[in-house]
Design a protein around this ligand. Structure first.
Ligand code: 5GP
Ligand code: MN
Length: 329
């Protein structure tokens, strides 16, 4: 698929990603918008996303043009593109997708069946940014576009450490850094650096994490009371499950925090065995084999404990099935 072919004749194009935008979602939206504004200068191209964390805002060129709400009087778009998401997870901009003349969906989540008139889903792509590079015309890539896409690749591959990193991912990243942006500081600020509150919440989460399933699963849950006591918000827990997975012997890390009373966000990571997207789908969530999430609606106490039991039982069953596989050789 080539995006210029898909949106030719369009005069107004809108782009969005998912709620709580991460580096891949925001990098893909901005990278694609910068390309379209350059390749189709007479066309109005707008980006709609929730406000970005500061590290992303500072490191993704084009982020300053993001709209955080729909301006009054906004008309229907000729084309509306959802990146790195399914329509249900887009949030405030979803009506613009629904009313658009042409609906486009580009995503690397294997649980996305594809939505709209034109969809391009590749569960093997490291990131949506890698897919955006495929659909744009490479001769028009410049330093800003390269940096925006690089942020997404770095985010979703964990700086090229996760198994979604392919040879082509590395080649593309090499090509992108040839445009000359300061990739050292991009990687540090986007991936490794934590805000003070993030560092604090990581410490609390790790201290509370418990081993289960003979140490193959590490589990932590934080209720809303604990979180509000510290004044933490959802973004302050970014990266916790990935850090939990770095514990020796752990194949599956489950971090759940109560974002508001009765609503829990589960973030899961796995090493080699557990398909966490399968476990997340039990609660209507999804994602990738090795990184997935879902929202659980349950009251604190036994209601939450029951829900967590269902999630953990699926993980235990997957670990058990793998053990059987080993025994059978
Ligand atoms: P995280 O744990 O970082 O929040 O999410 C891990 C991965 O799973 C991300 O790629 C994210 O987009 C996906 N994901 C997280 N929560 C959900 C969800 O509720 N539904 C779907 N379909 N995907 C999710
Ligand atoms: Mn992504």
């Amino acid at each position: 698929m080539k995006i210029l072919e898909t949106v030719k004749n369009c005069k107004r194009i809108g782009i969005t990603g998912h709620k709580n935008p991460d580096g891949d979602c925001a990098g893909a939206c901005c990278g694609l918008a910068l390309f379209l504004r350059k390749a189709m200068p007479g066309v109005q191209t707008d980006i709609y996303l929730e406000p970005l964390p500061e590290a992303l805002f500072e490191n993704i060129p084009g982020a300053e043009t993001i709209l955080n709400e729909i301006p009054a009087g906004t008309e229907q778009y000729d084309a509306f593109i959802i990146l790195d998401s399914i329509p249900e997870r887009t949030g405030f901009a979803e009506p613009l997708f629904e009313s658009a003349a042409l609906k486009v969906n580009i995503d690397h989540h294997k649980t996305n069946p594809g939505h709209g008139d034109v969809s391009y889903v590749d569960g093997n792509a490291s990131s949506t940014c890698e897919m955006v590079y495929d659909v744009i015309d490479s001769e028009m890539v410049d330093r800003k576009i390269a940096q925006a896409l690089y942020v997404g690749i770095v985010t979703d591959t964990g700086v090229f450490q996760y198994s979604n990193t392919r040879e082509s991912t590395m080649r593309l990243a090499g090509n992108l850094i040839s445009y000359g942006f300061d990739f050292t500081s991009v990687i540090r600020e986007v991936f490794f650096e934590r805000t003070y509150m993030q560092a604090k919440m990581l410490g609390i989460s790790l201290a509370r994490a418990e081993r289960m399933m003979d140490g193959a699963c590490l589990f932590c849950s934080l209720d809303n009371g604990t979180i509000t006591r510290y004044g933490a918000t959802r973004q302050d827990f970014e990266g916790v499950s990935a850090q939990m997975l770095l514990t020796e012997g752990v194949d599956c890390a489950v971090f759940i925090h109560e974002t508001k009373p009765g609503e829990w966000r589960a973030s899961m990571r796995s090493g080699n065995i557990v398909d966490v997207a399968r476990s997340a789908s039990l609660f209507g969530g999804g994602g990738h084999t090795r990184a997935a999430g879902c929202t659980i609606y349950a009251g604190t106490g036994t209601e939450f404990a029951e829900a967590a039991k269902i999630l953990l039982a699926d993980i235990a069953a997957q670990l058990e099935a793998d053990k059987d596989k080993d025994l059978k050789g």
